[in-house]
Design a protein around this ligand. Structure first.
Ligand SMILES: Cc1ncc(COP(=O)(O)O)c(C=O)c1O
Length: 369
């Protein structure tokens, strides 16, 4: 028996995007912007920063497992604290779901172009990972329901989806749900729900609770707290009770919990974030259209651009890097000819468009027809 199990040995280490500082030095540039990880271009919520500063003196004391944040979220969303979990980012909670519910012979199911974190968790747990294709860049819920087998334990849906930015509607979800056996856990990953919530076609999953559905949300995006690792989830109390048995008892950290609580009440920051994003998305999509750049219309804080080949996508990423704009190639997310670009501040979006104009004008970069 090898020391390292084969499914772990076969994994590739997660490649984080290069930092702006690294690129600045590497390409000898004055200004570099990172539009690669769907972070908040306004920085963190100011209220969260204040709360972190105020909680520093308490660092010698173990945290309470997110109890206060759970109570506040329960009040805000009109559920019981027993229906809420808090953890180290929504991915931290997802990891906890894997440790709690999966057995060796189970399989998990999702779309073939979605958040890479789910695939990595499945592969490291050593369970079968199955996918169905997207349809019109959206989760094909009908095909997913048809693909469920006796071994399927988890179906993962991201709404909006990353990297496509597309949503499915409540009607589509209801239809899907009717075909899913109760022994299958549905993860509804709503990391980007704040950006989509004003769209009347977007289902707010808090309005319907099922016994085998867990909703995951995060403070990493709209609240600008990706660095402190704080996320939350809603589910039936028996699911949460089992997750709490397995969760590391002192997650989330006290700083993360304080930041999350404060961010929730920072309505002004959230409002500014959503306005900046909506304006940026309108500007970037208009400019892309004028340039003839193909993209998938997005409901989130990023946009998937499409190129004639993986090589062309790689060429674009390289060309933008030389202009000081870091974006993300999407081969690992299941779209080899895709490049995902986060929406930035007004100034960053202008810089992106200028760099994109230069890149598409270069002879070697052919646009999709
Ligand atoms: C769909 C989706 N889910 C989860 C995450 C992870 O979020 P967190 O920072 O809360 O772990 C991301 C981050 O990019 C994401 O895109």
């Amino acid at each position: 028996m090898p020391l390292v199990p084969p499914q772990i040995a076969a994994l590739q280490p997660y490649q984080t995007a290069k930092t702006a500082d690294e690129i600045r030095k590497l390409y000898n540039l004055d200004k570099v912007i990172k539009l690669a990880s769907n972070e908040n271009p306004l920085g963190p919520s100011p209220q969260a920063l204040k709360a972190i500063a105020a909680s520093l003196n308490g660092l010698s004391v173990y945290p309470t497992g997110g109890l206060k944040l759970r109570q506040i979220l329960a009040r805000q969303f009109d559920v019981k604290p027993e229906n809420v979990i808090a953890g180290s980012g929504s991915e931290g909670i997802m990891s906890n779901i894997f440790r709690t519910f999966l057995e060796d012979n189970d399989e998990v199911l999702t779309a073939d172009a979605t958040f890479i974190g789910f695939r990595v968790l499945a592969q490291s747990r050593g369970v079968a990972y199955r996918t169905v294709p997207l349809r019109d860049w959206k989760f094909d819920l009908q095909k997913l329901a048809e693909a469920v087998t006796d071994r399927t334990k988890i179906v993962y849906l991201a709404n909006p989806n990353n990297p496509t930015g597309t949503i499915f509607t409540r009607h589509e979800f209801d239809d899907f749900y009717r075909h899913i056996p109760e022994r299958v856990l549905i993860i509804l990953d709503e990391a980007y729900f704040e950006y989509a919530q004003d769209n009347p076609r977007y289902p707010d999953s808090m309005h319907y609770r099922y016994d085998n559905v867990i909703t995951l949300r995060t403070f990493s995006k709209a609240y600008g707290l990706a660095g402190v690792r704080i996320g939350y989830g809603f589910a039936h109390e028996s699911l949460i009770a089992n997750l709490l048995k397995v969760k590391l008892p002192f997650e989330p950290s006290s700083l993360a919990e304080a930041a999350g609580i404060a961010a929730l009440s920072d309505r002004e920051f959230l409002h500014r974030t959503l306005e900046t994003n909506a304006r940026g998305l309108r500007f970037v999509t208009r400019e892309f259209t004028e340039m003839g750049v193909q993209f998938v219309p997005s409901e989130a804080n990023f946009i998937l651009t499409l190129w004639p080949s993986a090589e062309a996508a790689g060429g674009l990423v390289e060309s933008l890097l030389h202009s000081g704009v870091i974006v993300r190639p999407m081969a690992a997310f299941g779209v080899p000819n895709g490049v995902r670009i986060s929406i930035g501040s007004d100034e960053e979006n202008e810089m992106l468009i200028a760099a994109m104009g230069k890149a598409v004008a270069a002879e070697e970069l052919v646009l999709c027809s």
